[in-house]
Design a binder for this molecule. Sequence first.
Ligand code: AMP
Length: 414
Amino acid sequence: MNVLVLNAGSSSLKFQVIATDLERIKQNSDERLCRGQVERIGGNAIITLQSGQGARHKSTAPLRDIGAALDYVLKWLTSAESDIPDINSPEDIHAVGNRVVHGGELFSESALITDQVLKGIEDCIDLAPLHNPSNIQGMMAARKIFGQNVPQVAVFDTAFHSSLAEPAYLYAIPYHLYQRHRIRRYGFHGTSHRYVAHRYRALRQLTREQTNVITLHLGNGASATAIRAGKSIDSSMGMTPLEGLVMGTRSGDLDPSLVSLIAMKEGLSANEVDTLLNTQSGLLGISGLSNDMRALCDELHQHDDRRVRLAIEIFCWRARKYIGAYLACMNGADALVFTGGIGENSSTIRARICSGFEWAALKLDEEQNDKLVGTEGEISAEGSKLRAYVIPTDEELLIARDTVRVILGEPHPS
Ligand code: AMP
């Protein structure tokens, strides 16, 4: 089955086509036929397209909206130019898998998109006003192009965390705020945490129930998840993705009174402080230089800048704090799993985060840690009780696989 995976944002559309079915899922032999993205939709869009393992092609075109962007992508997909032998017409796309940011309390697993499911996703718009509307636009554009006969599935970023219990998801604020406005922790990056936990247990040949890990998705957005018996029992992002770890431009945890304090001192509205905490804080805010960890690591190496050093130290300090907290809440874990752009590629940051966990019997294999860049494997030394792994995330693959399973009525994967 050729599954078109869509990730529609406010001005961007990312896509992949993945050939998969139940047998391929079992064999881990799914095939990525192509991938690409359209950015700056609404103006002169920038389009990046890549077939298989071929070269990336960049071009520009005026594209009004997500529908126009998807039209453009489909024309390329079915043309000789894309050179994908299995895709020659729109009929060669058999299903569409959509990334949906927020499923609220309505969706605890991926769902076939029906009018009722669409209505549910719309009901979650007030929980993710920037994301869910774009996700819906992606689905509607696909429905218009492929018609009702091509099934579509929604895969929710929040669904994996629906297993959190009340003590983990409720904030200690008046309970009626939860009842009235659904204010609670939802957690995000669920597809990524779920995927790497799945790969971890495949690598170690464990069952879901035997999977007790702390997954660290460290990218421009960053979150940690405590996974016990294969289920998410706590996650660092909250009602919104602002809470938790230090991120590229997001502050993560802070004293909530700072919002009104900063507003008063700087003459800003609550909304403006929210924007400051989301877009001007984190690595960028502390370093005053960049939100990009690789650029910061290079800068530190070359100039040993004090604020760059601080930004990196605070990033690692916060991650270590969460690991410690989760080890306590989970009654210990078997492994840390690093993923996301930073987690997959930066041996320096992984080493810094892991240092000082000797008390938990975590011992890094430094050579192995330096060697694993963007590839899967163990980075802890022989005899380490708390192990450490690097596992590159692949949210699109999980979306494609869920799409197949939902369409074929397979039970939720163990
Ligand atoms: P993501 O949002 O998952 O794409 O991750 C993006 C982040 O990963 C950026 O901060 C990049 O600088 C960072 N990153 C990628 N490669 C490296 C590397 N080799 N060293 C440090 N950070 C990296």
